[in-house]
Design a binder for this molecule. Structure first.
Ligand SMILES: [Fe+2]
Ligand SMILES: [Fe+2]
Length: 206
């Protein structure tokens, strides 16, 4: 069998769907590498900054790495702007949707809301509300997202920063997307892991 028998989903049988299920499982194993390819595409998006969006992404992730952050935070930092390719108007939600099944809820929440939080830095210059983040004040993750933006996102537009290459993060991305989707042990709803770890940061010094 190399194709299903049906032309309408409702006509498929158990054999058809078992066949598709196997192919889907195989396809899902390539998610990490497709995302790494997509990050390469970010090199061509949004001109005018002193770094490309790919440069910004690896710089954010490198800052997280040197802060001693865990894999969830690093991969969240690396992919937080991946939505810029197809959803520039809601890139934060788009990225969070990709990450949601595979990262700690805390990290996904910060990626989803970072667009609102970032306005505190430039909202006044573009006619937007700099305090838009206040709508999220009741969340247990509010301070985490404020720190995420301050330490890793708004700071990562420096062309002279010694960012690691994208390949440095490839195995971390693969590890994350190899996790079983929606595993409660990964999502850890309500858990708050600090963004920084001084002891680990010491071991990662350049
Ligand atoms: Fe962003
Ligand atoms: Fe960003």
């Amino acid at each position: 069998m190399d194709q299903v028998k049906f032309r309408q989903m409702k006509d498929g049988d158990k054999e058809d769907y078992a066949f598709l299920d196997d192919l889907e499982r195989e396809y899902c194993q390539g998610t990490a590498d497709r995302l790494l390819d997509a990050l390469e595409q970010l090199d061509k998006s949004l001109s005018g900054y002193q770094v490309t969006r790919l440069g910004h992404s690896v710089q954010s992730a490198t800052r997280a790495w040197f802060d001693g952050a865990d894999t969830d935070w690093i991969v969240g930092a690396l992919l937080h702007d991946i939505g810029d390719i197809y959803a520039p108007q809601n890139h934060d939600e788009y990225a969070a949707t990709i990450l949601k099944p595979f990262l700690r809820e805390q990290v996904t929440w910060c990626v989803r809301t970072h667009g609102d939080f970032q306005l505190v830095y430039f909202g006044e210059h573009v006619g937007a509300d700099p305090d838009k983040r206040e709508a999220h004040r009741g969340s247990i993750y509010f301070d985490d997202c404020a720190e995420f933006c301050e330490r890793w996102d708004q700071s990562s537009f420096d062309p002279d920063y010694p960012s690691k290459p994208l390949g440095f993060f490839a195995d971390m991305v693969r590890e994350v997307f190899d996790r079983p989707a929606y595993d409660p042990a990964v999502l850890q709803p309500g858990a708050r892991v600090p963004l920084t770890n001084g002891a680990l940061a010491e071991t990662r010094k350049a």
